[in-house]
Design a protein around this ligand. Sequence first.
Ligand code: ZN
Length: 382
Amino acid sequence: MTTQLASLQSIFCQEKAIGQLQHAFAAGKMAHAYIFAGADGVGRAATAKAWAKMLLCRNRVHKQTPAGSFYDSCGVCPSCLLFEGEGHPDYVSIYKELLSFTREGKNRKPPLDMPIDVIREFLIEKLASKPQESEYVVYVMHEAEKLNIPGQNALLKTLEEPPSFCVIILLCSKTESLLPTIHSRCQIVRFGAVDRDHIMAALKQHGITPAAAGYWAGFSDGSLGQALTWAQLECDGKSVYDIKRDLVLRLGEFQLANTLELSEWLSQAAKAVSGALGKTAGQVSSTDINRRGQKLIIQMMQWAVYDAMRLLLGLSEGLVNNDQVDAVRSLAGRLDYDRAAKVVLQCQQKIQWIDSSVNEKLIFEGLLLNLAGLDILSTSAS
Ligand SMILES: [Zn+2]
């Protein structure tokens, strides 16, 4: 079997999830609706694509492995060629930004939730169409966690009795956001975290320096896609890693009197990251992009404080900011364990709040005040 783009054997570290799919397929017990559950960037979308390509392939390659049957696409049949050219009529990728291609969606702003018009026009209305090239029609919905309740209700009937040639895959990073009735109609395939060494190796292959690769491998917590995105993003001639080094140094020297100045710096850093992301992200809503930039900066703070917390516990191995131990030590020198633990939790909470549009300056100020030991002001800012 040769390695080709979007083949199942080229997927990184998701043997268990792929094994589950293969097993059902080989036994002739494939489900017609799946939830691929797992964090962003662990390989759900890549697997969905490769799985679709295999299902659509007209000349599947089969090998027997110790774990059982393994089917993959051939890479050369007319179906595979169409797929690689992104023109396969039996593969439908559904994402919220398709709104601008719906009948009423022309001049509407890129949405934050999955619009019901997209579900209707790109899934429900197409569902009866028979495959043109292959045995199946595969629908892959991205960011299914952004389905709102009306959207999920619209989807329910479809999931209940899809035509036998349809395979519907929902990619979802927060399965708790889906109704139990959706869960019960889909088979769940869980995608675990990719281990740190594998991520580091993959980053180095992409030309990332060992120090930056080490940081992003720890930072991304098992998400190769995230690690790759951040490690490769350039913000006005700076890497995001340069920004993080600066951020950790500033946190190491942080004093209460610098709160406003550092908060402004954090806010600018988030804007720089969002600006760079915006250039690569195509049609995605600018609110989405801004939120991603803000979350990144808060996550960087969170890891720095988390590392400080570990140092306070006497654990100096395995720090995410292993490349800036002195700065982290200096931060730890001004915190006690309880405060550090509290700020780590606060960061987590603020990351969730960003999704509900809380003013980002207040968020940064609130966190810094917390870090400096002031609780009253930070609670009122939140
Ligand atoms: Zn093929």
